[in-house]
Ligand binder design. Structure first.
Ligand SMILES: [Zn+2]
Length: 318
């Protein structure tokens, strides 16, 4: 089984150093660290994001450039996920927010579960979602995805969480439609029409600046700790049928890839930041920018009211 999983048609994906793994059994996530030492590192992904334990910040706007061009794209079954890449030489770029530099789009892919109640990698307040999409960007200065993997600021990854809805989401239909053609590992298929990355990356521009961000790792071997994660709070919608189509893809062994999410890892001493868009933050700016969490901010005014009441009682008493 090991030999089969090493032979992989998607070596150009950049994740080629880490193809020898699975989501179950003796090659499952609990054993990744035996072969890939970074997988037992201190700053691993995914994590559980506790909303009461984030640090509120207001960063400069996140910017996505070049996503309104229609790109010729193709999807590949890597044996571990469905990966989408574009054929264009001028790739989309990401900058702003927590990023110091420009990042270039490399690929996007999905994580899902056996049913509609689990499948996301990051959790929010211990809640799992049926799917998560990762859009992977590498730092432009490093020239290539593979070189970027050697640097702690090498990657920026946009993460999108999904909910089940009664209606199919038309933005994902071009991808879902070709899944049946790539059920076997290594199969690759061009999308029938050019893809607008904007429809996937910015489903609602009004909610684009509302996200969590933290430092972590690739969620698959070799688990390198090189990623600035940006997890959007806005949820996207997919129908049960659209989600189910992903579960028909096959693993390197020819089994159904019913789930491909890694369990959450310890946060350790990391801080998860919550970006609050500036315009929403003007009223309570002094509280948000002083480094207290959202919960503390609520407590401070209550404390003042309580103190005021005590002083009033004291004055009446004398
Ligand atoms: Zn991923």
């Amino acid at each position: 089984m090991r030999i089969v999983s090493i032979i992989n048609a998607s070596s150009s994906s950049g994740f080629c150093h880490g193809q020898n793994f699975s989501y179950d059994g003796d090659q499952g996530p609990l054993h990744w660290g035996e072969e890939y030492h970074s997988c037992i590192g201190k700053y691993q992904s995914p994590i559980n994001i506790e909303e009461h334990n984030v640090k509120n910040v207001s960063l400069s706007p996140l910017r996505l450039i070049g996503i309104d061009n229609p790109y010729q794209s193709y999807v590949t079954n890597t044996g571990h996920t469905v990966m989408l890449k574009t054929n264009e030489s001028k790739a989309a770029t990401l900058s702003g927010g927590p990023l110091q530099d420009n990042y270039v789009f490399e690929q996007l892919h999905f994580h899902w579960g056996e049913n509609d109640y689990e499948g996301s990698e990051d959790l929010v307040n211990n809640h799992s979602f049926p799917m998560e999409m990762h859009a992977v960007f590498y730092k432009e200065d490093y020239k290539s995805f593979n070189e970027a993997l050697n640097h702690s600021d090498g990657l920026a990854i946009l993460a999108y969480l999904y909910e089940v809805s009664p209606q199919p989401n038309p933005a994902y239909e071009p991808i879902v439609r070709v899944l049946r053609d790539i059920e076997v590992m290594g199969k690759r298929k061009a999308l029938q029409e050019p893809l607008l990355l904007e429809s996937l990356f910015v489903p609602d521009i009004a909610k684009m600046q509302d996200y969590f961000t933290y430092f972590g790792s690739l969620t698959t071997p070799p688990c390198l700790e090189v990623a600035r994660w940006i997890d959007f709070k806005d949820r996207q919608q997919l129908s049960h049928e659209q989600l189910a189509a992903f579960r028909d893809l096959q693993t390197p062994e020819g089994d159904k890839l019913t789930h491909n999410f890694r369990p959450v890892q310890p946060l350790e001493d990391r801080v998860v930041f919550h970006n609050i868009p500036k315009e929403q933050n003007t009223l309570s700016n002094t509280h948000h920018s002083d480094g207290h969490s959202g919960q503390r901010n609520v407590k401070i005014p209550i404390l003042f009211v309580a103190l005021g009441a005590l002083v009033a009682i004291f004055l009446f008493a004398i």
